[in-house]
Unconditional design. Structure first.
Lengths: 289, 307
């Protein structure tokens, strides 16, 4: 199935077979593509229609497109609030995770201290423990810290679940950097902090960007942690808000669709801009991990 | 004598220094923020789950009654628990087979396309970008008996009798939810396989071709074995995903109708946070965590063995 083209040694009639084969390859891909993309299109089209039109003409293009579905969803449906809550959680979550991961990753990779391997393994175990399994005591911890129904109450657990992978990635990255950089800086009398700040950090922008996209997606799309810790409607994140909205406005399909589109537009934009980092973040974790 | 300090030199120098420097407090300081958050919000809760599993507690009163293994014994006689577990098994099996097979197929196809690989990969990856909650809600609409596109399409081609309330029918609901999950997950497998395919040494293919192998044989004997590491990873990831599935079930049916789509994670949530049987819920969580750790451990063992 892997073809390296050797056209020169093939007679002309075989190229027709190759065309047919290429054609069927494209055909199968197109079927998969349709299945992948249709739900998005249906939601986008539906978000611009009347409720009746969604029922009667599911695939028609709305004319005129009802853009006010969006303003209604944003204000009456509170999606504006939910949106900014998601942002207010994602930004600190990502920043702190990146900060802690790069510091710790650097420490593991380049600073010598006793038991460093064991501490690293302690972090690694975290990757094998699903959040589901620790949810119950985590809830009571957050409650006892008076952080229920608060943004930090969601941010800290999110950071904690993202740290194992973040530290793993940053440590792996820092280990690939040559020792000479560091040694030269030490001869010049640079402290560890200085090495980290002036040398390591600027060099790691690529790895940090990849990690950033990964962690941001994790926080923005997170459902479980916010769901358990937030019950106050004014603090809900988008996934929570969408679920709640669906329950309250059961038959207002157009608004539900508008809410769905509002949820995935930021993700889509991020994906468009940072496509390579998305895919790299996943494959790096997979292939090397 | 000018020598560039190496790691061993640094260690030698460190031995001559006072103890507090050798312990390297800076290193610990760098670790502190990460470790503090991780300890309080991930590691300690894990220990506490195990501890709570041996108690009975209502979450409010200061006493927690020690009950030993009673919670675990109760679990073995809990019908809903076993039903939910069987649903997880179905989840795992389908989550293993479908996204991986589809992902592999598409990866092979897409990597053989001349131009358009990037476009196809970009578009095919879209479902994975969504939040699981949003996937659940969109597919909840797709499965809607009145306005959903599945029933609409069936009616449009005259297959009206096949139209049904997909999420309300106990015989279909679990599969319906799993299929939505497959839609979300196959791009993940595809992208990883694509990367894996690109990493395969081309000379292996040429050697196989010289030996007269045809397309299928090359696939079986060259492509698949080279992808075994990737496959192991995807299998373990699908396993964990199937075991801990919560969000999609919760946003689509909440485990209904009448436990027809109940899974372990939703059941734990209900017992611990709705019925407030904290000890029981913790015991079930421990069982779940043990299963997850077992799978991850098996995966690591397989990988080490493969190298």
């Amino acid at each position: 199935m892997q073809s390296v083209a050797r056209v020169s040694s093939r007679p002309a009639h075989v190229s027709l077979g190759r065309v047919a084969r290429q054609g069927s390859i494209h055909a199968v891909i197109l079927v998969a593509l349709t299945i992948a993309v249709v739900p998005f299109l249906w939601a986008i089209l539906g978000s611009l229609k009347h409720n009746d039109a969604i029922f009667l003409d599911p695939f028609s293009f709305p004319s005129p497109p009802r853009w006010d579905n969006y303003s209604e969803a944003w204000i009456r449906g509170k999606f504006g609030t939910y949106f900014w809550n998601s942002v207010a959680i994602a930004v600190p979550s990502v920043t702190l995770t990146l900060f802690c991961s790069s510091l710790a990753g650097f420490s593991f990779a380049r600073l010598r201290f006793p038991a460093s391997r064991w501490v690293f393994y302690t972090f690694l175990i975290g990757m094998a423990i699903p959040t589901n399994a620790i949810l119950i005591p985590l809830y009571y911890t957050v409650r006892d810290l008076r952080l229920l129904d608060s943004l930090p109450g969601v941010i800290f657990p999110q950071i904690a679940s993202g740290l194992p992978f973040g530290i793993f990635m940053m440590r792996a990255f820092f280990r690939t950097l040559p020792h000479e950089l560091e040694d030269a800086a030490r001869i010049d009398g640079c402290s560890d902090l200085g090495i980290y700040w002036h040398i390591m950090l600027p060099l790691s922008t690529g790895a940090l960007t990849t990690l950033l996209v990964f962690v941001f997606m994790g926080s923005w799309n997170d459902f479980l942690i916010p769901y358990v810790f937030i019950h106050e409607d004014s603090l809900r994140t988008i996934p929570l808000g969408l679920l709640h909205f669906q329950g309250s406005y059961v038959s207002e399909y157009r608004l539900i669709f508008a809410g769905i589109v509002i949820s995935f537009i930021p993700t889509l934009i991020l994906y468009l801009v940072f496509q390579r980092q998305f895919i790299r973040g996943i494959t790096v974790g997979a292939i090397r991990g | 004598m000018h020598r560039t300090p190496t790691a061993s030199t640094t260690r030698v120098l460190a031995r001559r220094k006072p103890l507090w420097v050798a312990i390297n407090p800076t290193a610990w300081l760098f670790l502190l923020p990460a470790f503090a958050i991780y300890l309080v919000f991930h590691l300690l809760p894990f220990v506490q789950t195990i501890w709570l599993g041996f108690h009975e507690w209502d979450g409010a009163s200061p006493d927690r009654t020690w009950v030993g293994l009673q919670n675990y014994v109760d679990a073995t006689q809990d019908d809903v628990f076993w039903r939910a577990l069987s649903h997880n098994v179905t989840f795992v099996v389908m989550n293993l087979a479908l996204p991986i097979a589809i992902g592999l197929l598409l990866a092979v196809l897409v990597s053989n396309v001349g131009r358009g690989l990037a476009t196809y990969r970009f578009l095919l990856f879209l479902p994975y970008v969504l939040s699981l909650a949003v996937v659940g809600i969109i597919w909840g609409r797709i499965y809607d008996p009145n306005i959903g596109i599945i029933n609409q399409t069936l009616r449009a081609v005259g297959l009206d009798d096949l139209a049904r309330p997909w999420l309300g029918d106990p015989s279909f609901v679990l599969v319906a939810i799993i299929l939505a999950g497959v839609w979300h997950a196959f791009p993940f497998a595809m992208v990883i396989y694509l990367a894996g395919l690109q990493g395969i040494d081309q000379t292996l293919y040429e050697a196989a071709r010289l030996d007269g192998a045809n397309g299928v044989q090359i696939f079986r004997h060259v492509t698949l074995p080279s992808l075994s590491n990737v496959t192991t990873l995807l299998v373990s990831s699908a396993f964990i995903g199937g075991l801990t599935a919560f969000t999609m079930v919760w946003t689509m049916t909440q485990g209904g109708p009448f436990y027809a789509s109940e899974v372990i994670a939703t059941y734990i949530y209900k017992r611990a946070f709705e019925d407030i049987y904290v000890g029981y819920g913790s015991a079930l969580s421990v069982a779940l965590a043990l299963l997850a750790l077992l799978v991850t451990g098996a995966f690591i063992w397989l990988r080490e063995r493969g190298d």
